[in-house]
Design a protein around this ligand. Structure first.
Ligand code: GDP
Length: 196
C-alpha cells in the first residue's frame, strides 16, 4: 500500500513554519471526531501514526509524513471543535486556509467526513478554499460500519450529488477503519493523482 511505512517528518503550527515544498503532498482534513486519525492509522497500518487526540483547544498542528514513494502525507488539524476559544479557532482557520489555498505542491485533498453527518458547513468551507484550484478532492465517508448497506448506498448517492457543486474533480467513497474496508479504493485514487 501507498501509505504503509509512512515516516514522521515535521509538525508545523503556523504558515511561516511550513517546510519548503519537497515532493507532492496529499493532505488529509476533516471535522474533529470524523475519524481522520483512525483513517490515517488504518491506511498506514500503524497503530498511532496520527495521534487520536481528545484534547480540543491545544495547539493545532500540521503533521508531515514521508511516504516510501517520496510523496508526503499531510495531516491537517481537525476543525469544528465546539469548545475552542475564538482566538484559537481563528488561528487554525488561517493555517488551514493558507495551506489549502497557497501550497504549490499540494496535489490533492482527502476530506474525511462521518458518513452519518456528511458535508457540514466547515466541510463546505474546506471545499470552497481548495476546489477552485481544480486539483482533485477525494471524500472518505468514514464509519461506514455504522450504516446498513441500504443507508450506505443512499448516503453515497446523496453526498455525490451534493459534492457536484465543487466540480467533477471531487470523488467520494465509503470507508471503515473498524472493518478496514475501502482501503484499496483510496490507495487507487491517490496513486492516480501521483501518476498524473
Ligand atoms: P478524528 O478526530 O477525526 O481524528 O477522529 P478519530 O480517528 O479520533 O475517531 C473519532 C471516534 O470515532 C473514535 O472514538 C474512533 O474510535 C471512532 N471511529 C473512527 N473510525 C471509525 C470507524 O471506521 N468505525 C467506527 N465504528 N468508529 C470509528
Amino acid at each position: 500500500s501507498l501509505f504503509r511505512h509512512a515516516a514522521f517528518e515535521i509538525s508545523v503550527a503556523e504558515p511561516r513554519g511550513l517546510p519548503p515544498p519537497n515532493g507532492a503532498e496529499i493532505a488529509f482534513a476533516g471535522r474533529s471526531n470524523a475519524g481522520k486519525s483512525s483513517a490515517i492509522n488504518t491506511l498506514a497500518m500503524h497503530t498511532r501514526l496520527a495521534f487520536v487526540s481528545k484534547t480540543p483547544g491545544r495547539t493545532q498542528l500540521i503533521n508531515f509524513f514521508r511516504l516510501r514513494c517520496g510523496a508526503v502525507m499531510v495531516d491537517l488539524p481537525g476543525y469544528g471543535y465546539a469548545e475552542v476559544p475564538e482566538k484559537i479557532r481563528r488561528q487554525w482557520q488561517a493555517l488551514l486556509e493558507n495551506y489549502l489555498r497557497e501550497r504549490p505542491n499540494l496535489i490533492g485533498l482527502v476530506l474525511i467526513m462521518d458518513s452519518r453527518r456528511p458535508l457540514t458547513q466547515l466541510d463546505r468551507q474546506m471545499l470552497d478554499w481548495f476546489a477552485p484550484s481544480g486539483r482533485p478532492v477525494h471524500v472518505l465517508l468514514t464509519k461506514s460500519d455504522k450504516l446498513t448497506r441500504n443507508e450506505q448506498a443512499k448516503t453515497l448517492a446523496a453526498t455525490r450529488k451534493g459534492l457536484a457543486e465543487w466540480g467533477d474533480a471531487v470523488t467520494v467513497q465509503m470507508f471503515s477503519s473498524l472493518k478496514k474496508t475501502g482501503m484499496d479504493e483510496v490507495d487507487g485514487v491517490v496513486r492516480q493523482w501521483l501518476e498524473a
